[in-house]
Design a protein around this ligand. Structure first.
Ligand code: HEM
Length: 413
C-alpha cells in the first residue's frame, strides 16, 4: 500500500484540545521537518523551515479556494475575503492592500494610533485599574478608523473594538466564544456594507486616498466593483487585524514585566532595539498556530507525500520555535535580531514569501511599526503591576495573558 494511503487517525480533536502544541508535539519525535497526519477528514502534510515556506507558497502546489473551513470564514476573515482567492483574482484583490506596505502610510497609521494611546493614558491616571489588552484594542480601533477614513459618526468605537476582538477570539473554538464571533461579524459586516453604499451614493464622504475610498471604488479582475458585503469584508480585513495588534501589546507588556532589563533601551528611544523587540515578541509569543492550503497535485516533502485534494500545513508556531533556526527558541532575546535581521522566510508569524505576489500578510510592516511605538510607550508607562493571573495557556487559540494584563496607579506623563 502507498505510504500516503495507509489509514491515519483524524487529528482534528487533538488540535482542538492541544492548541499550539499540536504540531510541535508530534514533530518533536521526528528526525525530519515533516509530519503526515489527517485533518478535517483529509490527508495532510505539515512542514516547517525556510525551504518549506517556499514550497508552501508555490502556487502550483497549493490553492486557497476551499481551504479555509466555513467556521473560520464566518468569524475571522469573512466569506469571499482575499485570503480565499487564487491566481489573477488574488493578485487584483491584493492590490487593494498594497499601499499598506508603503513607509509613509505605515507612519501615518502609527501616528493616529500613538495619538489615541497618549490621550488614553491621560484618562487611565483617573482610574483605579486598567486592563491593557482592552485599552489597546480601543486605542487601535480609534486610530485605524481615523486612518482608514471611517467617519466617527458611522461607528460606535467601543462596540466595534469589542466586535473586532470577538471575531479573532472566537474563530478556532466551538461554543460561546464562537457564537459571539459570528454575531460580531454579522453585525459589523452589515454596518460596514451600509457605509460603503453611502460612500457610493455620496451620502457619506470618504477622504481622498483613504482605505474606505479605495475599497468602495475597487474593481475585481472579472467581476467589477465589489458587492457591498465583500467590500465590507475587506475593510474589516484592515480594521480587525490592526486591532489584533492588541494581542501583541499584551504580550509586550508581559515580556517587559518578566524581563524588565529590556525597558532601558526602549525608554531611551533606541529604534534598532525597538524593532528587534517587536520581532522577538512576534516570534516568541503564540498567535497564528499554522497556515493551510489544499494541494493541487500530489506533493512530496522529505520523503512523505500527500495526494491532490489533501492539505498542506505550514507549522508557523513550530518554525518560530525551531531550535535549528533560533538556537535558544524558548529564551526571549530581542538581541538575536540586532545581530542579524530575520530572513524573509525564517520569521513567519504573519506568513512567508512576498506580500505583493502571494498571501503573506500585507500588514506586517504596520504591525512592526505599531508594536515598536507602543512598546516604547509601555516601557515608559509609570504604573504598578498588581498580583494577577499572567499565565498564557497554550491550549487556547488565540491565547493571551489570562488577566489581559492589569495595571494600577497609572501616573500621567
Ligand atoms: C494575512 C497574521 C496584522 C492584513 C495574514 C496571514 C497571517 C497574518 C498569518 C496569512 C498569511 C497566509 O495566508 O499565507 C497577522 C498577525 C497580525 C496581522 C499575527 C498582527 C496581530 C495585520 C494588519 C493588517 C493585516 C495590521 C492590515 C492593516 C492582512 C490581510 C491578509 C493577511 C489583508 C490577507 C493576505 C492575502 O491573503 O493575500 N495575516 N496579521 N494583517 N493580513 Fe495579517
Amino acid at each position: 500500500m502507498d505510504a500516503h494511503r495507509r489509514p491515519l487517525l483524524d487529528r482534528t480533536p487533538a488540535l482542538l484540545t492541544e492548541g499550539y502544541a499540536w504540531l510541535p508535539n508530534r514533530m518533536r519525535d521526528s528526525t525530519r521537518p515533516v509530519l503526515r497526519t489527517r485533518l478535517l477528514g483529509r490527508p495532510a502534510l505539515a512542514v516547517r523551515g525556510p525551504e518549506a515556506v517556499r514550497f508552501f507558497y508555490d502556487e502550483s502546489h497549493v490553492r486557497r479556494h476551499g481551504a479555509i473551513p466555513a467556521p473560520v470564514l464566518d468569524t475571522l476573515f469573512g466569506q469571499g475575503a482575499v485570503h480565499t482567492l487564487d491566481g489573477a483574482a488574488h493578485r487584483t484583490r491584493k492590490e487593494l492592500f498594497l499601499p499598506l506596505l508603503e513607509a509613509g502610510r505605515v507612519a501615518r497609521l502609527t501616528e493616529h494610533v500613538t495619538g489615541a494611546w497618549d490621550e488614553a493614558v491621560r484618562s487611565w491616571s483617573r482610574r483605579e485599574r486598567v486592563v491593557l489588552f482592552d485599552e489597546a484594542a480601543a486605542v487601535l480601533t480609534r486610530g485605524v478608523c481615523d486612518w482608514a477614513g471611517v467617519p466617527r459618526r458611522a461607528v460606535d468605537a467601543d462596540t466595534l473594538a469589542r466586535d473586532l476582538v470577538a471575531m479573532v477570539d472566537g474563530f478556532a473554538t466551538p461554543g460561546p466564544r464562537h457564537l459571539r464571533a459570528r454575531r460580531a461579524r454579522a453585525r459589523q459586516e452589515a454596518r460596514t456594507a451600509r457605509l460603503v453604499e453611502e460612500v457610493r451614493t455620496d451620502a457619506a464622504v470618504a477622504p481622498a486616498g483613504s482605505f474606505l475610498e479605495r475599497v468602495a471604488r475597487h474593481r475585481d479582475a472579472e467581476r467589477g466593483p465589489l458587492d457591498p458585503r465583500t467590500a465590507a469584508v475587506e475593510l474589516l480585513n484592515v480594521l480587525r487585524p490592526t486591532v489584533a495588534v492588541s494581542w501583541f501589546v499584551a504580550f509586550a507588556a508581559h515580556a517587559l514585566h518578566r524581563w524588565p532589563a529590556h525597558r532601558e533601551r526602549l525608554r531611551a528611544g533606541d529604534d534598532a532595539f525597538a524593532t528587534a523587540f517587536a520581532h522577538e515578541v512576534r516570534r516568541f509569543y503564540p498567535f497564528a498556530p499554522f497556515l493551510g492550503g489544499r494541494t493541487v497535485t500530489e506533493l512530496t516533502w522529505h520523503g512523505e507525500s500527500v495526494p491532490a485534494g489533501g492539505i498542506l500545513l505550514l507549522d508557523v508556531y513550530g518554525q518560530n520555535h525551531d531550535e535549528e533556526l533560533w538556537g535558544d527558541p524558548y529564551t526571549f532575546r530581542p538581541q538575536r535580531f540586532l545581530d542579524r535581521p530575520p530572513g524573509p522566510d525564517e520569521l513567519i508569524p504573519q506568513g512567508g514569501g512576498d506580500p505583493a505576489a502571494g498571501h503573506r500578510c500585507p500588514g506586517e510592516r504596520v504591525t512592526v511599526g505599531l508594536l515598536q511605538a507602543l512598546a516604547v510607550r509601555l516601557a515608559r508607562l509609570d504604573c504598578t503591576v498588581p498580583e494577577q493571573d499572567l499565565r498564557i495557556p497554550l491550549r487556547r487559540v488565540p491565547t493571551r495573558p489570562r488577566s489581559g494584563f492589569v495595571v494600577t496607579g497609572v501616573r500621567a506623563p
